[in-house]
Design a protein around this ligand. Structure first.
Ligand code: BES
Ligand code: ZN
Ligand code: ZN
Length: 473
C-alpha cells in the first residue's frame, strides 16, 4: 500500500507554536531567581524552573559567536528539550544579561530542531514533546524567531522524506510530496513522467530505472519572487535515489544497504532549501531539479559493461551499477544548462569515499565556482555547523574515468572516490558549479543530539545561510 502522506504540512511532525514574546509576562518567584544565580555560578548552560502555569527555561550560556560556542548552545537546547519532554507549556525566558542574539538563537535552534518525531508509520504515535514553547528575550527578535521556526519546518520536512522507506516513498511519491509543499508554500512544481523523460532521452535516469518496477520522475520546482535580486537563476540539483540496492552490482545487506532509503537525502535537501526560501520569501530566483528513481536488480536492469547514452549525447560505460547517483545527476546537470544559471549547486549521497575521508562531521565539496563562492559556503558551514571541506579536481582524476569502449566510464579508482565522482559530474556542466557530497552527515545510525537518529535534514540550514550571504540579504 502506498500511503499518500501529506508531507509538507507542518503539523505532521512539529509541535511548537510561536508566541509573541511581548505577550508573555513572566514573573519568577524569588527562589527561582536565586536558583538561576546559583546555576550561573555553577556554569550550567541552562536551568529549568517550575512556575505556576508553565515551566521556564533560563538559558545561561556564554556570549560569543565562534562556531564551537554556538554548537555547544545548540546542544544545550537539545538537552533542555529532553528535560521538559511531555510538558504542555514551556516558557523560555532568556535572561537579559546574555545580550547576545547569536548565542540565544543557537540555543533556541537546538531546541526547535530537537522537537521532531517520525511517527507517521506508527499505529499508536507517542505524541509530542513540548506543545507550546514561548520565547521571551530582549535580544532575540520575534522576526528572527519566526524565521528560525520556518527554517526548522523545512529541515524537519527533509528529515521526514529521508526517513520514509521505499514502501512509502517511491519516485512518484517524492514528486507528489514536493508538489504538495509547493501548493502550500507558494512555489511552482512540474513533474516529468516516464514518457516525457523518454522523449527527452534522459539516458542516465532511464538506465538506472531499468531494474525498477516503478517509473522514474524528474521534478522541476521553481521559486520566482517578483522582486528577485538576481536575473539568472540559481539552480539546485538533488540526487533522488529513493532506494539504492546497488543494482546488479548488489550491495551486501548489512551495513551498506540497510539504510539506503536515505539515498534521496540530496533531493530532500534541495526540495527543502527551495521550500525554506519560499517560506522566508527570500527575493532570490531559484530552481530545484530532482531526478528520482530506485536502483534495483531485475531481468531488465543494466549490467556492468553496458554502454548508455546520456541526455547530452555522451556515451558512458557503466562499469559498476552501484555508481548510479552520478548517472541520474549528470542528466539533471545537463538539463540545467537550459536555464542559463548563474550558479548550480548539486547535493548527493554520492560516495562511501566521502564518508571515509571526513566521517559524518561534514560534507565534501568540489566544483568549478569561484574561490570566493566556496569561501561563502565554508563560512556558512561553520555558522550553521554544517561544515564542508573542499577537495581539488586534479586532472589525474579525469584520467581514471577513461573507457576503452565509450566516451567515459562511470567508475574511478577507489581512493579519492568522492573526487572522481565529482569529476564525472563536471563533464556535464558548463557554468559555475558546486557539488556537495552529503553521504556522511545525511543519516545518523545512533542518536546525535539535535540531529536525532535517522535522517538529519543536513544541508538545508547550510544552503539557506549560503544564499543569504551570496546575495547580501
Ligand atoms: N549511495 C551510495 C553512496 C553512499 C555510501 C551513500 C554510504 C551513503 C552512505 C552510492 O550510490 C554508491 O553506492 N557509491 C559507490 C560508488 C562506487 C561503486 C564507485 C561507493 O561509494 O561505494
Ligand atoms: Zn549506489
Ligand atoms: Zn546511491
Amino acid at each position: 500500500m502506498q500511503l499518500d502522506i501529506a508531507l509538507g504540512l507542518e503539523d505532521a511532525s512539529m509541535n511548537f507554536h510561536l508566541i509573541d514574546r511581548d505577550k508573555v509576562k513572566v514573573k519568577l518567584p524569588e527562589a527561582a531567581l536565586n536558583r538561576v544565580k546559583e546555576a550561573a555560578e555553577d556554569k550550567l548552560t541552562h536551568v529549568i524552573l517550575p512556575a505556576e502555569k508553565a515551566l521556564h527555561i533560563a538559558f545561561l550560556g556564554e556570549a560569543g559567536n565562534d562556531p564551537y560556542t554556538l554548537e555547544a548552545h545548540r546542544k544545550a537546547g537539545h538537552e533542555a528539550l529532553s528535560q521538559i519532554r511531555h510538558n504542555k507549556s514551556v516558557t523560555i525566558q532568556i535572561f537579559d544579561h546574555m545580550n547576545d542574539a547569536d548565542a540565544v538563537g543557537a540555543f533556541i535552534e537546538g531546541l526547535l530542531l530537537s522537537d521532531y518525531h517520525f511517527e507517521v508509520l506508527k499505529s499508536e504515535p507517542k505524541g509530542s514533546d513540548a506543545t507550546v514553547i514561548r520565547v521571551k528575550s530582549s535580544v532575540f527578535s520575534a522576526k528572527a524567531l519566526d524565521e528560525m521556526v520556518q527554517l526548522t519546518y523545512a529541515v524537519h520536512w527533509a528529515r521526514d522524506l529521508v526517513n520514509l522507506p521505499l514502501s512509502h516513498l517511491t519516485a512518484e511519491g517524492f514528486a507528489r510530496a514536493v508538489a504538495t509543499a509547493g501548493d502550500r508554500n507558494g512555489f511552482s512544481v512540474e513533474v516529468f513522467t516516464k514518457q516525457k523523460i523518454e522523449s527527452l532521452k534522459m539516458g542516465g535516469l532511464l538506465a538506472v530505472n531499468r531494474g525498477s518496477i516503478d517509473p522514474p520522475t524528474f521534478t522541476i520546482a521553481e521559486w520566482k519572487p517578483e522582486k528577485a535580486v538576481n536575473k539568472k537563476p540559481v539552480v539546485l540539483v538533488g540526487k533522488g535515489v529513493v532506494y539504492d540496492t546497488g543494482g546488479i552490482s548488489l550491495k551486501p545487506t548489512a551495513n551498506s544497504m540497510d539504510f539506503m532509503k536515505s539515498d534521496m537525502a540530496g533531493a530532500a535537501m534541495m526540495a527543502a532549501v527551495l521550500d525554506a526560501c519560499a517560506r522566508l520569501k527570500l527575493p532570490i530566483h531559484m530552481m530545484a531539479l530532482i531526478p528520482a528513481t530506485d536502483n534495483r536488480p531485475d531481468g531488465n536492469a543494466i549490467v556492468p559493461g553496458d554502454v548508455i547514452t546520456m541526455y547530452d549525447g555522451t556515451t558512458v560505460e557503466v562499469k559498476n551499477t552501484d555508481a548510479e547517483g552520478r548517472l541520474i545527476l549528470a542528466d539533471a546537470l545537463s538539463y540545467a544548462k537550459k536555464f542559463e544559471p548563474s550558479l548550480v549547486i548539486d547535493a548527493a549521497t554520492l560516495t562511501g569515499a566521502a564518508v571515509r575521508a571526513i566521517g559524518t562531521y561534514g560534507c565534501c565539496v568540489m566544483g568549478t565556482a569561484d574561490d570566493d563562492i566556496f569561501e561563502e559556503l565554508n563560512e556558512a558551514g561553520y555558522e550553521t555547523y554544517e561544515r564542508n571541506v573542499r577537495f581539488p579536481l586534479w586532472p589525474e582524476y579525469e584520467e581514471e574515468l577513461k573507457s576503452d569502449v565509450a566516451d567515459m566510464s562511470n567508475l574511478g579508482k577507489g581512493e579519492g572516490g568522492q573526487v572522481s565522482a565529482a569529476m564525472f559530474l563536471k563533464h556535464f556542466t558548463d557554468y559555475p558549479w558546486m557539488h556537495i557530497d552529503i553521504a556522511g552527515p545525511s543519516f545518523m545510525h545512533s542518536k546525535n543530539s539535535y540531529r536525532g537518529k535517522g535522517g538529519t535534514g543536513t544541508g538545508v540550514r547550510l544552503l539557506v545561510r549560503f544564499m543569504k550571504k551570496h546575495f547580501d540579504l
